[in-house]
Ligand binder design. Structure first.
Ligand SMILES: Cc1ncc(COP(=O)(O)O)c(C=O)c1O
Length: 362
């Protein structure tokens, strides 16, 4: 047993609704829905009024289809298994001219979204002229073999970096591209570009039909200047104390004597460690016991040493993440991106508890 991860489902839905701000959202559910659990998250997002989903994994897309038979499912990675695209009725990215010419013959009737590379440049077309080349080539084909040009999208690589100027540049490049295409008469039914940080900074851009949100839907602030009450975290990570020990001045404990206080102290040995997904950097900050912060002194694979006082008893729970000890607080302290802390959590060793609408454990 290595800690308990609980998610308050009612709060998860409320947070998603608030973070969507009444706009149409494509929920990014890649990597097992930021490790909240794909099935849990998709079903909860549907209840929050979100009916579009994006992932990078074809296996995840297939699973989403079983949870959400009518949803728009968008594949952000290039897809090469086009049979699966037909079978599961997926929307896919059109990532490059090379991809287009290679798979053109297999794309008839497929819902595609042109991808703009922008400054992020992980994938995508570099300019409007190459997109127009594709659009014109399509027009030259018989109607029944044309693909279904549905959308256009990009991803900003700098929206989360408030101290860099590149976001303004990439945003300008993208809006100019849309302008150029629209002036040339090319209009798209679905337009999406903004992640959580971009939406928080700018609101929904004109002419955009959808946001494409990840981390804010899951209750973490994309950057620390935003108010916590707008991003309530539904997740809590806690663990039990397995033993309390008195340590005399001069005594050491832990691997290599990692805890050597030099004074008489009291420690709790806590049943969670890096094997359960607690990042080493996270363990250089405090945990919460009975609403008070205590210092973590050593992190092992399955245990942590916490320096405590006489108020702590063996029955107390040790909290690593909750709404007072938010994931995004530690992001701001340099522990790692919100998604990095979430992604590290080990579902094999943590006990997962979903709290339902009424707060009763299922
Ligand atoms: C292509 C793409 N769009 C949207 C998102 C969502 O970003 P965020 O979690 O910052 O909202 C991601 C996340 O990595 C992404 O890769």
């Amino acid at each position: 047993m290595g800690g308990i991860l609980s998610i308050d489902r009612r709060q998860f839905i409320e947070t998603a609704k608030k973070s969507a701000g009444g706009k149409e959202v494509i929920a990014v559910v890649k990597n097992n829905a930021y490790n909240y659990g794909l099935e849990f998250a998709v079903k909860a997002f549907l209840e929050a009024g979100i009916h579009s989903f994006a992932t990078t994994s074809l296996d995840e897309a297939k699973s989403i289809r079983t949870y959400a038979p009518d949803a728009l499912i968008f594949m952000m990675n290039p897809v090469y298994d086009l049979e699966a695209v037909y079978k599961y009725n997926l929307h896919i990215t059109l990532p490059s001219l090379e991809y287009y010419y290679k798979y053109c013959g297999e794309l008839s009737g497929v819902n595609v979204h042109f991808e703009f590379a922008g400054l992020f440049n992980r994938s995508g077309f570099e300019d409007a002229s190459t997109m127009i080349e594709v659009l014109e080539h399509q027009k030259s084909l018989a109607d029944d073999v044309q693909m279904n040009v549905k959308g256009i999208w990009t991803h900003f690589g700098y929206a989360d970096e408030l101290d860099m100027d590149e976001y303004e540049i990439e945003r300008g490049m993208w809006l100019d591209l849309l302008n150029e295409l629209s002036e040339a008469g090319y209009i798209f039914e679905i337009v999406h570009s903004q992640n959580s940080a971009s939406f928080a900074r700018d609101g929904l851009f004109d002419g955009h039909t959808h946001l494409r949100l990840g981390i804010s839907l899951y209750g973490s602030r994309p950057y620390a200047l935003l108010p916590e009450e707008d991003y309530v975290q539904s997740l809590e990570l806690k663990a039990k104390i397995v033993q309390i020990r008195n340590i005399r001045a001069g005594q050491k404990c832990g691997y290599g004597g990692s805890y050597a206080p030099g004074f008489n102290s009291k420690i709790a040995i806590v049943d969670i460690g890096y094997g359960d997904g607690v990042l080493r950097k996270r363990a250089s900050f405090d945990c919460l016991i009975n609403g008070e912060r205590y210092s973590v002194k050593s992190l092992m694979m399955s245990h942590m040493i916490v320096e405590i006082d006489d108020k702590v008893t063996i029955q107390d729970e040790v909290i690593l993440y909750n709404n007072e000890m938010r994931i995004d607080e530690f992001t701001a302290l340099g522990v790692g991106a919100n998604s990095e802390q979430l992604g590290a959590l080990n579902y094999q060793s943590l006990k997962k508890v979903i709290l339902n609408d009424t707060g009763i454990r299922q």
